[in-house]
Each structure stands twice: as C-alpha cells, then as structure tokens.
Design a binder for this molecule. Sequence first.
Ligand code: GLN
Length: 430
Amino acid sequence: MNAETKVKKYLDAIRKGNKKLNIFLHVNDKALEEAKAVDKKSKKGRLHGYVFGIKSNINVKGMICNCGSKVLEDYRAPYDATVIEKIRKEDGIIIGMLNMDEFACGSSGESSAYGATQNPRVPGKIPGGSSSGSAAAVAAGLCDVALGSDTGGSIRNPASYCGVVGVKPSYGLVSRYGLTDLSMSLDQIGTLANTVDEAMLVLDVIRGKDERDPKSVDSSALKIGKTEAMRIGVVRVSGVDKDIQKLVDTRVDNLKKQGFKVKEVEIKHIDLAVQTYYPLVYAEFFSGTRRFDGRRYGKKIDDACGEEVLRRILGGSEITRAEFTGKYYKRALEVKELITEEFKEVLKDVDCLIMPTCPGFPWKLGAAMKVEEVYASDALTIPANLAGICAVSIPAGTIREMPIGMQVMAGKGDEGKMFAVAKELSRIGL
Ligand code: GLN
C-alpha cells in the first residue's frame, strides 16, 4: 500500500476511534501531504509505507510534545529528535503524538493530564504505561508502528497488556537526543509494533551513535545469527501470578521441542530491583526537571504537575539533599552494579533469558491502587534497565481474554540473539 492510502486509512480510523480510546493527543495535519511527497520519490527509503505514532516526550518539529503534562501544554517542538530525523530520512510518516503517563512517570497511563487511555484489547482496563498511547495505537490499528521510551518497563509493560511487541534496546543503542528523559542513566527509546520483524526493522533504522548523545554507541547488534544452538535461561521471580508463569513455561517448552537447551538460572538480587530503581529515578528526575522552572518552557513544574510527578520531585529533592552521606543514590548505584554483574555472569552461560513481562494483569481503569502496588508491577521489567541489557516483550497468549506478554532478554548489544529467539517464538506461534 502506498503511504497516501495508508495515511488516509489511519486518519479515518483515528477520527472514528480516538474519542473513545484517548490515544492521540495531537494529529499531524500535514501527514497526507508528506505521504504524497514520499510516494512520488523515485528511490524510496526503507520505511516507505510505514506510518508512525510517537510518544509525546519525543520531539517532533512543529508538533505538540507535551509529555502528557499541563506543564508543557502548548509546547511545540522546535526541532526533530535524532530518531525522528532517521525515520524521515527513510520515508516513514509521522501521523501524530500519543498519550502517555505524565513525564513517563507511571505504569498504567492514568497519570496523563489529558485523561487515561483505554486498553483497546480489554475494554475498561488500563493499557499499561507509561507508553500507554504507543501500545494502544498499534493494538487499535491506528498506526503501523510507534515509538516509546522505557526507563523501567514503559515500552514492555503496555506492549504486554495490549498484546503487541515492544522492544527496549540496550542502553546506548539509540540516541536520546530530543527525548525528555525520565532518568537519563536508564532511558532508551524503542519500538512497538505488531510483529517482531517490524519492530526490528524500525530499531535498525533508529539506532546508532550520535554525537549529540554522548552515551550512544555504535553497534552491529541487529545481525541475526543461527538459532539452533541457542541456550535459554529461565528466570523465576517471586510474586508472579501462577497462571502467567505457566503460560510462559508452555512457550519455553515449545522452544525445547525445537532443540533449544533450556535451564533455570538465578539472578540473586533481582528482588531488589524495584527498591534500587526508584531512588535513582527520583533523584535523576528531580535534577532533570529543574529546567521546567516556568521561565523557558511552559509552566513551573512544581505548580502545574500531577500527584505522581510531584511525589518524585519532592522525593528526589530529599534524596539529593541526603546524598552527601551517600545514603540513597550511592547505595542504589551499588546494587545496580551488583545486578549488572549478576546478569553478565549468567549470560556467559546462556544466550538469552526468558521471563514474563508483568507479574499480574491489567487493572480496572480508575481502580484505587497503592503506590507500592503500581511500582511493583514493573518488578520484572526494571532489571533489564538496571543492567543496561536489551529486552523485548512479545505476546505469549491470553488468560481470561487478557493479553499476556513474555520477555526475551539478552546481553548488552546482543539484540541479534534476542530477536532471533523472539522470531523463533513467533514462528512457532501460540
Ligand atoms: N513505571 C515505571 C516508572 O514509573 C517505569 C516508567 C518508564 O519506564 N518510563 O518509573
């Protein structure tokens, strides 16, 4: 299908479906024009015919990039993030900006200042977050692919709840230039798509070293090798719903039948992931948001933000103040290092690790959840961010009509292995 036909189809679907689902915060009024222009090109790029939705914390020139917050309500980005430049260069079309938890703080999509997004697959339930709109847009058929950001699970968690594929690349694989960070030492931009192949193609386009992000690295990671001799490590974490674990175990058994070598492995300190993650995020978020002082962009964040963002700002300020004694941030960094080493060690022995994406099911929109319960829903996704390794969530099936995701994780820069196993799992089917 040419880009013009696709864009028309999606604009129509957005017009019909967005009111109910609350996925798009801004639609690109030039999308059709841009599609016609790429269709006319004699030599077309690798993303010709792909239509993108973008999480609202990634800058796209001229569009409203409000980070799901009233703080940046009327903010139109004056430039394109590196990932957007790369997508445009390969003739991808950006159709609009997607809903998200405010400043990417959340796991349900409910902290957006513009109202929660609905889960298109499970009416009345949360879509997951913070890239709530990104997963929902793909699941609802409002775009081909979406970009999200993942600090502790924000791509994989909604991908799991909405039944799509979501990739968190190794730290540094994708430039963060133009991303409004939640936590700069953990964030990665990644892709959400209907298939592993599409997620991989887009990641291949957006990755690469960028001098505007000093943490970005060169990598030939996406070369897919042979899968025959792959060794898989199964990680079990306490607190996972047993039906979810059982479903994932069935998928692993299927791999075994294909000749994969499977063994159980242990990451000793994985249970500390959530406690380790939050002090780091609070402190880095606090420091990163000091620029939202109401002078240069939008409103002063402390005055105009929602409850969860304020909690992190106040908490981050406390942590930063106590830091001269090395009480929180430094200790969290030490445990981060420990977990990183543990992953490195087990990944000497196996090529990929498999575990569920979320320990439980999506909850009812608006349900009264305790902060600790919400934080705990990322217990299985946070470890990959702490260790800087890559992880993809792919659909593992459904339980009581709710999509369930499973994660394939591999070492830093080992996206090739991760995709090979994810592709094999998709090939075998459910
Ligand atoms: N839910 C986690 C948090 O609130 C993860 C967010 C994210 O990955 N951006 O921090």
